[in-house]
Ligand binder design. Structure first.
Ligand code: HEC
Length: 141
């Protein structure tokens, strides 16, 4: 093979790989838009990336939110288990689920992510996505 062509393919492969990596980093936001259009919300593809980016720093064993409430947001199973006081997700009912109620600070002044200012508020797309996921039955999909 001609060296120039070989070099060209390597550069192309690297560029493609770079774009794919960027796509992966943008995945939650893109999925959020898709979800609003199609109405389909996936725990694995839509919800888990949001929890990973915005919640598990405090909600994993040893961290503040876990120590105070027992809520571990690192997996579907632990999310559905809820806190030491009880469940935070009521499948089908996002208005009664603490998991989604706390995102807009309507539950006795508590707001998640922790902190009451607008700065700490999740992107509106993410909030809608989480509510829709609960409304659709909070499935492990
Ligand atoms: C900066 C740390 C921090 C982050 C980030 C955080 N939390 Fe929390 N969370 C806490 C603490 C601390 C508590 C215990 C609050 C209390 O009981 O006073 C808590 C409690 C909770 C509870 C239980 C409330 C109850 O009383 O039943 C839910 C549900 C919750 N968090 C959801 C979330 C979600 C969803 C996210 C991400 C969008 C999130 N948290 C991000 C610190 C955090």
């Amino acid at each position: 093979m001609n060296n120039k062509i070989l070099l060209g393919s390597i550069v192309l492969a690297l560029a493609t790989f770079g774009a794919a990596a960027e796509d992966a980093a943008m995945a939650p936001a893109k999925n959020a838009m898709k979800a609003t259009k199609s109405g389909e919300v996936s725990f694995k593809n839509d919800i888990q990336p949001i929890l990973r980016d915005h919640c598990i720093s405090c909600h994993q064993p040893g961290a503040s939110g876990y120590l105070k409430s027992g809520l571990d947001l690192t997996s579907y199973e632990t999310l559905m288990k809820g806190t030491v006081f009880g469940k935070v997700v009521i499948p089908g009912d996002s208005a009664s689920s603490t998991f989604t109620k706390l995102l807009t600070g309507t539950n006795k002044g508590l707001k998640m992510p922790m902190g009451l200012n607008a700065e700490g508020t999740l992107d509106r797309q993410y909030i809608l996505l989480m509510r829709n996921w609960v409304k659709q039955g909070a499935k492990n999909n």
